[in-house]
Design a protein around this ligand. Sequence first.
Ligand SMILES: [Zn+2]
Length: 370
Amino acid sequence: MQKPDPRLTTAKLKKIEDIAARLNIEGLKRAGREMTGPCPVCGGHDRFSINSDMGIFNCRTCGGGDVIRLVELVQGCNFKDALQWLCGDAEVEISAVEMARREERFKREQMKREGEADKYRQYARKRAHAIWQGAVPAKGTMAEDYLRLRGLALPEFPACLRFAPDLPYVKKINKKSVRLHSGPAMVAAIQLPDGRFSALHQTWLDMSQPKGKARIFDPDGNQISAKLYAGPKKSCAIRLHTPQGADTLVMGEGIETTATAWVADATPRAAYWAGVDLGNMAGRQIKEKGKRYSGVPDLGGGADGFVPPAWVKRLIYVMDGDSNPKDTRAKLEAGCRRAMARRPGLVASIVPADMGKDLNDMILEGARHG
Ligand SMILES: [Zn+2]
């Protein structure tokens, strides 16, 4: 067997913010524990972020990973060259003692990072929960008007949706919390597998806009998303509807897409949960050469994304067509395979929405032309 390259450990000990600077990644602004900005490869405004605590990065389009993956992406090189770029030539001789010392240091560093990240998660969860507790049931509020405007007359009002009449929209910009907007918002509880509250999904509303969402701008005048989530969302879901005795779970990415399938009663007696984002629905994937996303789930410890509860015998992922279809499909496939691996006997499938539109856009169009 080939001995592992000691440079791997050395590379992973490097601080990701230092590597980002060495790669001349510009325009990143601090937002909480992350730095966010345009992707050095595909651009945009805020789709790219690095997390110094975890030593990882993510681009909503290109994907993410550790320092080595970052070098591969930005330099457009392979793993071997990325390692070379980070650590120089392979060290021919390295003593077992030195190797053990480096591994020990890496483990310590990793435990420290994870400890800090966990502390921050607890703090973020507590803050999100305070907003949730201050919000009122959504029925009869602007949140209900918003869903109706989106073509969604819900058969019953989910307990996981609430309304906050005047919620500040706060983003960290250059280490300072900046209030970019304040106003009415629909908020949704994002729940852990055991049902506990973990994070909050927030959608700022403005009923004078065609789609009912507030127009929010960053200090540079760029329009930014009217949605923000707060708190840790990994492995979680927004549980819109869970009927007694359900054995099928229909899951879309967003609240609107998932509620659309529910209102259409796509699958009678099914539960309808939103997966919050594709990364959570997919979980981590095994890297395959030449592919951005392999569609193969990494089933190693700590790498899990969403896993359906034990009562789910049939899992249906609704595929939005509004982002890169090939990548989206690979992510959903990884999620389906993860679910089938974790829940033996479960059958998972992907239902594509019309190309280029999410299900909710399709309903709206039907209403306009019909
Ligand atoms: Zn990118």
